[in-house]
Each structure stands twice: as structure tokens, then as C-alpha cells.
Write a protein of this length. Structure first.
Lengths: 269, 422
């Protein structure tokens, strides 16, 4: 069983004026293969910083990350990332975007063609494979981004608010697609989101983070992702437990935001 | 000048009224833009009216023709007086005796000479005179050359066309103006009208004739195509060299702190120096031959291309670079597949600017010193007052500059179709 282990990560930036910001303090977490973790928290709680550390774009000031026992020191193909938007390559067709990873690894077309065509089928973009990405809608572009990440066959997929810029209806469809891909591929996924509903729907495990310093506030294990694989996401949302959890977590985040506001008012006074 | 502006304004407003209010009604279109009700302030709804462009160009030629007496213009502003005219003057002898005489003047068309008209001497001690003068010129009438008594005898002019005059006074006659000079002679200037002299502004057909003449037989030891071709060759050679050095330098400055620190002072210092200011130094160092010109244009293109490439690298969204890294790309692969293509729109914008600057600089450099080239042609022609060659040169320089820009835009659309659509 391969695992992603986040071990006592702390992140401290020095500011030009001599003070510093404690973005993360003592964050520890272990993810097993095939787990889907969603991360939620008020702005400034260090969710994106944590994801960037796992991806290898930032080095933590303390602690370490290991994937399958090997220490993470930089970005690599084993940890794929899906961004909110604007990370596709406009100068390439949909197909060239999706096959980017295999091509960079030196694979020939015969080697990647099957995978890429299959993934384009799965995300429903078979007929658009020769189109330029700037000709696609926002939802289609995010489907290309998902397929591009999967084509590289990473061990872990990191998603930084991948659906944040989409309209409500497209977003709901994409949530279904993410669940489907998760179940089909059995990938380990970390999903960062601002939406409590999305975090509940998709997260098999849910992490609520608190700000200043960024830390883990609470962790949940949720049944909704499993429920959502088999059925309509809207009926999952109607489940009584879903509403209870949503109110509980919304209240929790609301309190945190209130506390921040209160503190900055005190600091101002 | 004022009537010219008024005529221009009248054509502008008149054609607007006729085309927009009149003809447009006849063929209304219903495409998306024409259905917009808010067009004032919506820049995307402002489309150039092609009829206006056509009329604008025709108007320029019409005014040019009308003010130069062109055969192509349907009407002309009043031209210079040409033909025969006369005016009378009155002399007074030292004894107070007065006598009238007439000056017969023949005004020749521009560029031609005419024999003075034959005249009867007339009666009295003042004899009739005959003079000839070219249009736009003036002639000094020494009226006493043929008279019985001359200025040396104390005879002087006291009236012109019956109007009493003192030295320095002028009298307008139907065909011009006569001035009594301080020395007592008469200066006749036939009326100039409102047209331009060919030496200041030749009519369009003269310029066209000059184009075909120079295209056929060349100018200053080189054919027209050689002159233009050399200018173009210098621009392309200078631009290509500037791009070959500038683009990699710009990439290096965008990717390495050491390169940026090292070259920032040089680039930022050289960027505001206009290439024209480098001409004297380049001539001192490299002479007026080809190498000097190409060095100058290289320098003109270099900084623009460097800055464009640097901006292209800085403009790459960090998420694209991160995405490429987490897809397993190496640094070289990211340069090749992400940074270079991402910077192409910026580089094309820079290339368009650089080509424009190079074209302007080459003409200026050729104006200063050259053996061949478009700028040299108009410079030499201006020394000989060959205004038609100068105007021909300016028009050809404009057409080529415009053509370069259009080609660059076509290339841009073809090579970076995603520009402005991300």
C-alpha cells in the first residue's frame, strides 16, 4: 500500500520589514492510495500553500513529505496537478495538451495514442481533439486539464479549486465526472475548494483548516463520495446527514472568519 | 490655407451626408453590429467606413490636382495669369511735361520662354515697352531704355494706370501687380493665382510620369528597384541580426537573475536613445557603406526585440510552468514547449514595432549619406529641386512601410492564432 505522508510541516515566510508570517504550523496527515481528501477553510488558512508543498513547488521550513517512502524535493510526474484555469497550453490542440506528459517522457505516439484517445472519450471530448483549447468553453477546458493530468498516470492528483471558475450547472456535472474518474482510476486525490457543498460531496475524507497560523482544525470521514458514485449528486445533497454536516461546517468556518474579523478590529483599535 | 481647409471640411461633411444619410438607407444590413443601438462609446461597434476611406484618398488627389493644375483634376483653383497683358505708366520730365506710355507684357506658361511682343513706339518722349516673363516670376521694366529721355535726365514715373505713385508703391492691374521700385524702375509680377508652382508641388501626373521614367531608366546610377531593394535588404539584414541576438538575450534576461542584472543597465540605457542619434557615431566608426547601415539597424532592432522577448518570458502564467513541471517536463522541455510559444505574441508585437523603426531609421540614415537607397534618392533629388522625385520617393517609402506592417500582421495571425484570445 503506497501512501502519501505529510509529516509535521511548518511554513514560515520572512517579510521585507523583518516580521514573518506563519502560513502553516505542524500539519501532519497520511493518505492511503485511492483516498479522496478535500480541504476546506477560510481564506488565508494555508490550503494552497500546503498543496504547493505537496506538489513540490515550495519547500517547507520544517517537516517533510514522503510519497511511497521517497522524500519529495521538487515537482515530478508522480504528483499531477490540476489548476483552477489558464494552465492549458493555448498553442497546442486538445490532443497535444492531453498527450503532453507522455510526449515529454519520450513516448512515441503509438505508445500514448490508446490512453489519450480513451481519456478523451471518458471526458467526452473525442470530437474536439483537434480543436484549439481557446475555442473551448470553461468546463471543456477543465475536462482537458483533468485528462491531461490522468494521461500522465500520476500516483497522486492535486486539485487547486479546479471547478472554482465554472458556472453552477457545469460545476455540478464536473463534480460527477471527478467522482467517476476517481472511482475508475483509483487515484489518490487531494482537492482544495472554497465550496462546503463540493468538499462534502467529493471528499471521502474532509479536512477543515484554521488560519493564522494555518493548521488542521478538524477532520471528517464522510460517506457522500461513495454514495455519489452510484447515484445522482442531487439526491445525495437531499440526504438529511448532508444538510446537517453542511450546517455544522459552515458554522465552523463562519466562526473562524468572525474571529479573524474581531482580531483585526482589535488590532486596528 | 484657410480656403483649402474649408474645401476639405466641406467635402468631409458633404460626402458624409450623401453616403451615410442617403445611400445607406437604400441598402440596410442586419448583421450583429448594425443592430447595436449603443455605438457611441462601444469601440467594437466602430468599423471603418470603406466609402469614407475611398473618398478620403480621392479628396487628397483631387485637392492635389486642383492646386497644381493637373490634367486629371476635373476643376482647378485659379492658376497663374498666362498670356498677354498691358498697363500704362505716366512719366514727368524735369520741365513738368507729362507723357503716357504702355508696357506690353507676354506671360509664358511655366517652363517655357516667349519672345517679347512687337509694339509700336507710340507718341511723345515716353515710348511703349515690351517685356516677357514666365508665370510665377516677375520682371523689371527699365522703361527708359528706349525713351528719348531717361531717368538720368530727371524723368521719373509719377503714375501707373493713371494712379499717382511714389517709389515703393504698388498698383494692381487686371493681370498682376506693378511696383515702382526705389530706383525708379517698374517691377511687374503677373498674378500667381492659387495654384502651386511645380517646383514646390508637381501635379500628380508629373509624379506618375517620373515613377515610370525612373522605373525604366533608373536614377543616380541605380534602377528604382535597386534603390528600394537595397533599403529593404538593409532593413531585413539589420532586423534579422537584431532578432537573432535580441531574442535569446531577452530570454536569458527573463530566465536568469544574473543576466537580468548584467544587461538591465545596458538595455534600459540604450532603449530611450533614438537610433537616429547613433548615425553620426556609426558613420565615424563604420563609414557610410553597407556595414554602417546594418550596424545601425541592428542596434535599432536589438533593444526592441530584447525587451519584447523579456516581456514574453515574464508574461508566462506561473500555473502553466507549474503544470508542465508536474507533468514531468525538464527545464529544456519547458523552455521549448512552454516559454518560447508563450512568448511568441509578445515577440511578434516587438517585431512589428522593430520593423517600423528600422524602416524609418534606414531612410534617415540614407538621407544622411548613402550611394543608393530610397532615402538617398529623395535627398539627391531635393538638392536639384526635383520635387516630383522627392514626392515619388515619399509615396514609395510609405507604401513599402505599410506593406511591411500588413505582412507582419498576416504572419502573426497565421503563427500565433491564440493571441488576444486567452
Amino acid at each position: 500500500m503506497s501512501t502519501l505522508s505529510i509529516d509535521k510541516i511548518s511554513m514560515r515566510f520572512d517579510l521585507p520589514n523583518g516580521s514573518h508570517v506563519q502560513a502553516l504550523r505542524d500539519v501532519s496527515l497520511t493518505l492511503n492510495t485511492g483516498e479522496l481528501l478535500s480541504v476546506l477553510g477560510p481564506s488565508g488558512c494555508g490550503k494552497t500553500t500546503l498543496l504547493n508543498i505537496v506538489a513540490g513547488f515550495l519547500a517547507p521550513t520544517e517537516g517533510q513529505i514522503t510519497l511511497n517512502g521517497a522524500r519529495v524535493t521538487g515537482p515530478a510526474a508522480e504528483r499531477g496537478m490540476v489548476f483552477q484555469q489558464g494552465a492549458l497550453f493555448e498553442w497546442m490542440s486538445v490532443r497535444d495538451n492531453v498527450s503532453f506528459g507522455p510526449r515529454m517522457a519520450g513516448q512515441r505516439e503509438a505508445q500514448w495514442k490508446g490512453t489519450v484517445d480513451h481519456l478523451l472519450d471518458v471526458v467526452g471530448l473525442r470530437d474536439f481533439k483537434d480543436k484549439a483549447v481557446y475555442e473551448l468553453s470553461g468546463g471543456m477546458q477543465q475536462r482537458v486539464a483533468l485528462a491531461r493530468c490522468l494521461a500522465n498516470d500520476p500516483d497522486v492528483i492535486l486539485m487547486d479549486e479546479p471547478l472554482g471558475a465554472l458556472d453552477a450547472l457545469t460545476r455540478e456535472k464536473m463534480q460527477g465526472l471527478v467522482l467517476k474518474l476517481w472511482k475508475e482510476t483509483g487515484k489518490t486525490i487531494i482537492l482544495i475548494t472554497h465550496s462546503v457543498e463540493e468538499a462534502l460531496l467529493l471528499g471521502e475524507r474532509l479536512l477543515v483548516m484554521a488560519p493564522r497560523p494555518g493548521r488542521i482544525h478538524r477532520e471528517y470521514r464522510l460517506p457522500f463520495a461513495e454514495m455519489g458514485v452510484g447515484q445522482d449528486l442531487r439526491s445525495v445533497k437531499r440526504h438529511p446527514d448532508f444538510a446537517t454536516r453542511r450546517e455544522e461546517i459552515l458554522g465552523m468556518i463562519w466562526d473562524m472568519e468572525e474571529e479573524i474579523m474581531g482580531r483585526s478590529v482589535e488590532a486596528g483599535a | 490655407m484657410i480656403p483649402l481647409l474649408l474645401i476639405y471640411l466641406a467635402i468631409f461633411v458633404g460626402s458624409f451626408v450623401v453616403i451615410r444619410m442617403g445611400l445607406r438607407r437604400l441598402r440596410e444590413s442586419h448583421d450583429f453590429t448594425s443592430l447595436k443601438t449603443v455605438t457611441f462609446g462601444d469601440e467594437s461597434a466602430v468599423r471603418p467606413d470603406r466609402a469614407a476611406s475611398l473618398i478620403s484618398v480621392l479628396t487628397i488627389f483631387l485637392i492635389w490636382g486642383a492646386f497644381t493644375g493637373s490634367k486629371w483634376a476635373p476643376f482647378h483653383v485659379p492658376g497663374p495669369f498666362i498670356g498677354e497683358t498691358r498697363f500704362t505708366y505716366t512719366v514727368e520730365g524735369p520741365d513738368g511735361a507729362r507723357d503716357d506710355a504702355t508696357v506690353f507684357a507676354r506671360v509664358a506658361p511655366p517652363g517655357e520662354t516667349a519672345a517679347p511682343p512687337e509694339v509700336e513706339p507710340g507718341e511723345g518722349f515716353a515710348r511703349n515697352d515690351a517685356v516677357t516673363v514666365g508665370a510665377w516670376r516677375s520682371v523689371l521694366v527699365t522703361w527708359d531704355d528706349n525713351d528719348a529721355l531717361s531717368r538720368a535726365d530727371g524723368v521719373k514715373v509719377v503714375a501707373i494706370e493713371g494712379q499717382p505713385v511714389m517709389p515703393g508703391d504698388s498698383v494692381d492691374t487686371p493681370a498682376g501687380r506693378v511696383t515702382l521700385t526705389a530706383r525708379g524702375t517698374l517691377n511687374f509680377s503677373p498674378s500667381k493665382g492659387m495654384q502651386m508652382e511645380p517646383i514646390w508641388l508637381p501635379p500628380p501626373e508629373a509624379v506618375v510620369a517620373r515613377v515610370s521614367e525612373i522605373a525604366a531608366s533608373g536614377y543616380q546610377n541605380f534602377t528604382l528597384w535597386e534603390h528600394l531593394g537595397w533599403s529593404l535588404y538593409r532593413v531585413i539584414a539589420g532586423f534579422v541580426l537584431g532578432a537573432l541576438v535580441g531574442i535569446p538575450l531577452g530570454y536569458a534576461m527573463g530566465l536568469s537573475g544574473w543576466f537580468r542584472g548584467w544587461f538591465d543597465p545596458i538595455v534600459e540605457f540604450m532603449r530611450p536613445v533614438p537610433p537616429l542619434a547613433l548615425i553620426p557615431l556609426v558613420i565615424i566608426w563604420a563609414g557610410i557603406g553597407e556595414s554602417g547601415k546594418i550596424i545601425l539597424l541592428f542596434l535599432a532592432a536589438l533593444w526592441i526585440m530584447t525587451i519584447a522577448a523579456r516581456a514574453g518570458v515574464s508574461g508566462v502564467a506561473i500555473s502553466k510552468v507549474h503544470a508542465a513541471y508536474s507533468l514531468g517536463a525538464s527545464k529544456w522541455q519547458i523552455l521549448r514547449h512552454v516559454i518560447v510559444p508563450n512568448s511568441l505574441p509578445e515577440i511578434f508585437t516587438g517585431a512589428r514595432v522593430a520593423m517600423g523603426v528600422c524602416w524609418g531609421t534606414v531612410v534617415a540614415a540614407e538621407l544622411v549619406a548613402a550611394e543608393k537607397g530610397a532615402g538617398m534618392m529623395i535627398m539627391v533629388a531635393s538638392r536639384f529641386q526635383l520635387t516630383d522625385v522627392v514626392i515619388m520617393g515619399i509615396i514609395l517609402i510609405g507604401i513599402i512601410g505599410y506593406g511591411i506592417d500588413i505582412l507582419m500582421r498576416i504572419a502573426e495571425k497565421w503563427l500565433v492564432p491564440w493571441k488576444g484570445r486567452v
